[in-house]
Design a protein around this ligand. Structure first.
Ligand code: NAP
Length: 285
């Protein structure tokens, strides 16, 4: 078994992103700008936003923080995001999710202007991704694909099993795997014989939100653990699979850093597209 280090691959992507951000600033006189919207004070969300802002600063990206109280209504949140969508100084918008349960999250996501959807959460971005058209990939699925590429995992004709079908993770990663000629099966909470299906996979993507949910794979399978549960535990039972998998992502240090790296990369790409700097918009590598 070998580890797939998201930390190492994310560092390489971030170095490229920092170079592109620097070039953007040299050409335009301003840094690319990412606005993060945080509703309420959920400790995990506060930590994620802090990490994303720190990493933005390191990459030469300006970050703005819009903090709203937990009681914010859907209408107020939509109005705030619409304001950021219209703000010429903002290149990318990140709505940290999940938002409090009384808010219509989809309505809030859809208030993000398509050109500023650097986290790839809008229906527009999903459709563009599904049709292999330019745009921002959903950040975690995009990060997973980059990790698979960095470790030269052959996807063509292989059976990929995605466990989970959320709009920000399971569904988009399934579309991206399909676009790369994998034969894709999506499992969810109503799937029968899930364990058996998982054991037929050449590539497994666990996106369930349940600690150590995947306990067995086919010998030689590639295992991507997108899960992140309390206590740094993934959706995969790492110790059980360490012997059978050929490649496996650790938690932490696997998918997590890739998500942030893609978010920042896509922020610089969005800034470059908005400024018509085609060469700065290109991602090399
Ligand atoms: P989610 O919206 O809760 O979706 C979970 C999915 O898993 C659903 O499709 C659900 O099926 C399925 N599921 C739940 N219990 C199941 C069971 N017993 N058997 C089979 N399928 C089951 O979660 P998410 O936002 O996609 O996140 C999934 C995991 O990824 C979480 O651990 C989360 O923390 C992590 N995550 C990590 C990152 C990162 O950057 N590393 C980013 C986002 C999320 P139904 O559709 O049938 O309900």
């Amino acid at each position: 078994m070998a580890l797939m280090s998201g930390t190492d691959v994310a560092r390489e992507i971030s170095e490229q992103t920092a170079k592109r951000a620097h070039e953007f600033e040299r050409r335009t006189g301003r840094k690319p700008c990412l606005a993060a919207v945080l509703v309420g004070e959920d400790p995990a969300s506060v930590t994620y936003v802090k990490m994303k802002r720190n990493r933005s600063a390191k990459a030469g990206i300006e970050s703005r923080l819009v903090q709203l109280p937990a009681e914010t209504t859907t209408g107020e949140l939509v109005a705030e995001i619409t304001r950021l969508s219209q703000d010429a100084g903002v290149d990318g918008i990140l709505l940290q999710h999940p938002v409090p349960g009384h808010i219509d999250e989809r309505a809030a996501f859809e208030a993000i202007a398509p050109g500023k959807d650097v986290d790839g959460v809008t229906m527009h971005s999903f459709a563009a991704m599904a049709f292999s058209e330019p745009g921002s990939a959903s950040a975690t699925p995009g990060g997973i694909m980059r990790l698979l590429d960095a470790y030269q995992v052959d996807l063509k004709g292989k059976h990929a099993v995605v466990v989970g079908r959320s709009p920000i993770l399971g569904k988009p990663v399934a579309m991206l795997l399909l676009a790369r000629d994998a034969t894709v099966t999506i499992c969810h909470s109503k799937t029968e014989n899930l364990d058996e299906i998982v054991r037929t996979a050449d590539v497994v993507v666990a996106a369930v939100g349940r600690p150590k949910f995947i306990t067995a794979v086919k010998p030689g399978a590639v295992v991507i653990d997108a899960g992140y549960n309390e206590g740094n535990v993934g959706d995969v039972d790492f110790d059980q699979l360490a012997e059978t998998a050929s490649l496996i992502t650790p938690v932490p240090g696997g998918v997590g850093p890739m998500t942030i790296a893609l978010l920042l990369e896509q922020t610089v790409s969005a800034a470059a597209r908005r400024a018509d700097l085609v060469d700065v918009g290109e991602v090399v590598g």
